[in-house]
Each structure stands twice: as structure tokens, then as C-alpha cells.
Design a protein around this ligand. Structure first.
Ligand code: FES
Ligand code: FES
Length: 133
């Protein structure tokens, strides 16, 4: 099966590969796995004081579509608020990358990774807010 040009382009030039320090207060880390194939994606977001995602990084152990999906979403979440990032749908990712049906779960992995990273960030920050209340 051939990959679309956009998948190949992201696969060959992945954006924002890397890691932030998990202990950094401004970082949210999402780690998700695909039951269908056993692949793993880690997405990290760095959030500024106004609640806007100013940077994102990923590491993905998976197929070309999974790598392209995570590379794409690191670009998409930048400049978005947490809630805006949560509104990114796997269907948008699949459409942008022209993923075939058997690769839709790769885009779902990317959507889940965003949700997990935002949830991690909120949980860590919610905890301190509860203390203050
Ligand atoms: Fe698992 Fe492609 S087969 S990521
Ligand atoms: Fe499983 Fe891509 S993440 S085939």
C-alpha cells in the first residue's frame, strides 16, 4: 500500500521530534498505545501562563502514518488553547494526510495523545488549584 505524499513528507521531515522535561510545570505528557498494532506515541505540550500551547514535541514508535499524524498534530496544537487543542478530531488528521481506512487508527492515536497530554497538564494544575481553594 502506498503512502500519500503528505504522509511521506512528514515521515521524511518529522516536525518537533523530541522530549520536554516531564517534571517541568508547564509541560503536559500524553502517552498512548494502539491495541491494534502495539505501537506507542508520546506527545508533550508546553503551556504558557495564558493557557496557550506554545510548543509541542513527540516521539512515536510506529508506522509511517502514526509518525506523520503525530508530526502534524504538534504543528496544529501550537498557538491553540487547551480547549481548542481538544477539539482536533482524528477525522481532520486522516483527511489532511489522506489516510486509507486501515490507517485510521493511527490518526485516532494522535487524537488520543492530544487528549492525554491535555488531561495530564490539567490534572497537575488542577491539583494545585484544589489545594488553594
Ligand atoms: Fe503499528 Fe503501523 S503497524 S504503527
Ligand atoms: Fe498502528 Fe499506524 S499506529 S498502523
Amino acid at each position: 500500500m502506498a503512502y500519500s505524499d503528505k504522509v511521506v513528507e512528514h515521515y521524511e521531515n518529522p516536525r518537533n521530534v523530541g522530549t520536554f522535561d516531564k517534571a517541568d510545570d508547564s509541560v503536559g505528557t500524553g502517552m498512548v498505545g494502539a491495541p491494534a498494532c502495539g505501537d506507542v506515541m508520546r506527545l508533550q505540550i508546553k503551556v504558557n501562563e495564558s493557557g496557550v500551547i506554545e510548543d509541542a514535541k513527540f516521539k512515536t514508535y510506529g508506522c509511517g502514518s502514526a509518525i506523520a499524524s503525530s508530526s502534524l498534530v504538534t504543528e496544529w496544537v501550537k498557538g491553540k488553547t487547551l480547549d481548542e487543542a481538544l477539539s482536533i478530531k482524528n477525522t481532520q488528521i486522516a483527511e489532511e494526510l489522506a489516510l486509507p481506512p486501515v490507517k485510521i487508527h493511527c490518526s485516532i492515536l494522535a487524537e488520543d495523545a492530544i487528549k492525554a497530554a491535555v488531561a495530564d497538564y490539567k490534572q497537575r494544575h488542577g491539583a494545585s488549584q484544589t489545594e488553594a481553594a
